[in-house]
Design a protein around this ligand. Structure first.
Ligand code: ATP
Length: 235
């Protein structure tokens, strides 16, 4: 579904990504793991087209999209869910959801059906649909950004650090919902520092360190790796 090769990216003079690459097969949930500043968000943004890589290729459903605009990538079903629960605070919860459906025409057509589906996964969003989104808690905002992403009818969802700032209970709820989404057939690439939670739902993972992919393996093998256990899990 997605094949990324040789991505280089610099913020000004500072190179952040070095020949980064990864793959997501149809129906997979893949984790992009790494600590603060490893380059996870930057890599996701080059995939969704928010940032333009200086070199590298992005093949999405057999089409080269590295030169495509972000809006074209959205229409093709490549949807990024930003980190930190970035909502439109002065819009209602419902209006936020509708923003997610406003890009692809086919998503707008069936927005009410999709909103029902989002409401089933996140009942709180349905209950509070007429409230201003700024009144939501951090965890509820995270639900809203995922729900907004679902409204665009993603084929592949790029979920950036959903655990950021969440309580352990909320974190479990969010990851369980991502698992349900995956089971419903959405392919997911999830960027996370919280390795254990991400690998619980992912089939495979890539480890990004200082902008370079240094490991790629199945979730089980990564969790059992002495390096991961020592460097990331403190075991
Ligand atoms: P985090 O988990 O903290 O979000 P990350 O792995 O997602 O980390 P990035 O946000 O991609 O990492 O950042 C990678 C590097 O790029 C960091 O050193 C960061 O300071 C730098 N960086 C990110 N955005 C910019 C920017 N707009 N201008 C300059 N440097 C930036």
């Amino acid at each position: 579904m997605l094949k990324v090769e040789g991505i280089n990216f610099a913020h000004g003079l500072i190179q952040v990504l070095f020949d980064a690459g990864l793959e997501v097969k149809e129906g997979e949930c893949v984790a992009l793991l790494g600590s603060n500043g490893a380059g996870k968000t930057t890599l996701l943004k080059t995939l969704s087209g928010i940032l333009k890589a200086s070199s590298g290729t992005v093949l999405f459903q057999n089409t080269h999209i590295e030169k495509h605009k972000a809006s074209t990538r959205i229409k093709a079903g490549l949807i990024q869910v930003p980190e930190g629960g970035k909502i439109f605070p002065y819009m209602t919860v419902w209006e936020n959801l509708m923003m997610g459906a406003s890009g692809p025409k086919h998503a707008w057509k069936i927005r009410h059906v999709t909103a029902e589906r989002v409401g089933k996964l996140f009942p709180i969003l349905k209950d509070r649909k007429n409230q201003q989104a700024s009144l939501l808690s951090g965890g509820e905002r995270q639900m809203l950004v995922i729900g907004r992403g679902m409204m665009a009818l993603p084929k592949l969802m790029l979920v950036d650090e959903p655990s950021l700032g969440l309580s352990p209970k909320m974190l479990l709820e969010i990851f369980n919902t991502l698992k349900v989404l995956h089971e419903e057939g959405v392919s997911i690439l999830i960027s996370e520092q919280n390795i254990q939670h991400a690998l619980r739902i992912a089939n495979r993972g890539y480890v990004l360190e200082n902008g370079r992919v240094v490991m790629a393996d199945s979730s089980q093998k990564l969790l059992n790796s002495p390096y991961i256990r020592q460097a990331y899990l403190g075991l």
